[in-house]
Design a protein around this ligand. Structure first.
Ligand code: NDP
Ligand code: 8X3
Length: 254
């Protein structure tokens, strides 16, 4: 029997990387995307035998690139069963009055419009087949607002709204739609947010045990192995040390 097919965006690191390997281990053939081609080749080495793999290198900000790669998939890859909209990042952590407009553009273009472009390319196949599963990676920043989070929080609130909107509009087609909203997960996220400042990035994860990418992939595994009558609609997951976007129990340095 033919394997199911999963498409994971932002599979070159962190949560997307872990989700890609996890769904491949569950037996999905894998389409993995990101801008770093060499990382997508490294990912190939982690995949189990017998899984077909299609790495696609493009920027989700580019509507033309998304359409070029995803609306004209070879027929053997076109029936996508599982879409994990994960590509995204925070850029900067500044008060609104001094925020950088390029950072705002990046967050809205990647986290919101990129997710929409990818979804627009994949959903018609799902509605045609009356089946499919979409998992959008939101954030605790999509449930709460924190100081200096302004535009990143807005982008993730948009992901939350789009997830709920998709679930409503796709309800007649039997398509499952889920949002996963993590708190602090140690990935390359803070390195990107702080523009390569590794020292500042590492302080975000000090003094407590943050989540790791596999924690999110484990939730994906649970979600995609539920029976047809059941969808996990909305999951907020935090490190035990985190009570809200801003309340984190950290051990003080001795
Ligand atoms: P990483 O920085 O480790 O991974 C981000 C991924 O997104 C990379 O694969 C990157 O690929 C991809 N990506 C970023 N920009 C683009 C783009 N323009 N086009 C295509 N792909 C892009 O961070 P995480 O794994 O932590 O982040 C994954 C998701 O999880 C994001 O949506 C993030 O907002 C969310 N999240 C993260 C949390 C955390 O604390 N880490 C908590 C809550 C949510 P490449 O650079 O190769 O293009
Ligand atoms: C990532 C988690 O708290 O840095 O979405 O916004 S947080």
């Amino acid at each position: 029997m033919k394997n199911k097919i999963a498409l994971v965006t932002g599979a070159t690191s962190g949560i997307g990387w872990a989700c890609a390997i996890t769904v491949a281990k569950l037996g999905y053939d894998l389409i993995a995307t990101g801008r770093r081609a060499e990382r997508l080749e490294e990912l190939r080495q982690e995949l189990p035998d017998g899984i077909r793999y299609l790495p696609l290198v493009f920027d989700v900000r580019s509507r033309q690139e998304v359409e070029r790669y995803l609306t004209k998939l070879p027929s053997e890859w076109a029936s996508i069963d599982l879409l994990i909209n994960n590509a995204g990042n925070a850029h900067g952590l500044d008060p609104i009055q001094t925020g950088n407009v390029d950072d705002w553009d990046a967050m809205l273009d990647i986290n919101v419009k990129g997710l929409l472009y990818v979804s627009k390319a994949i959903i018609p196949g799902m509605t045609e087949r009356n089946s499919g599963h979409i998992i959008n990676i939101g954030s605790i920043a999509g449930k709460e607002i924190y100081p200096n989070g302004n535009v990143y929080c807005a982008s993730k609130h948009a992901v939350d709204a789009l997830t709920n909107g998709m679930r409503i509009d796709l309800n007649p087609f039997g398509i499952k739609v889920m949002g996963i909203h993590p708190g602090l997960v140690e990935t390359e996220f803070s390195l990107v947010r702080f523009k390569g400042d590794s020292q500042r990035a590492s302080t975000i994860y000090q003094g407590y045990q943050p989540l790791v990418a596999q924690d999110i992939a484990d939730i994906v595994e649970f979600a995609v192995t539920r029976p047809p009558h059941m969808v996990l609609a909305d999951v907020v997951v935090l490190p035990t040390a985190q009570a809200s976007a801003t309340v984190i129990k950290k051990k003080l340095n001795p």
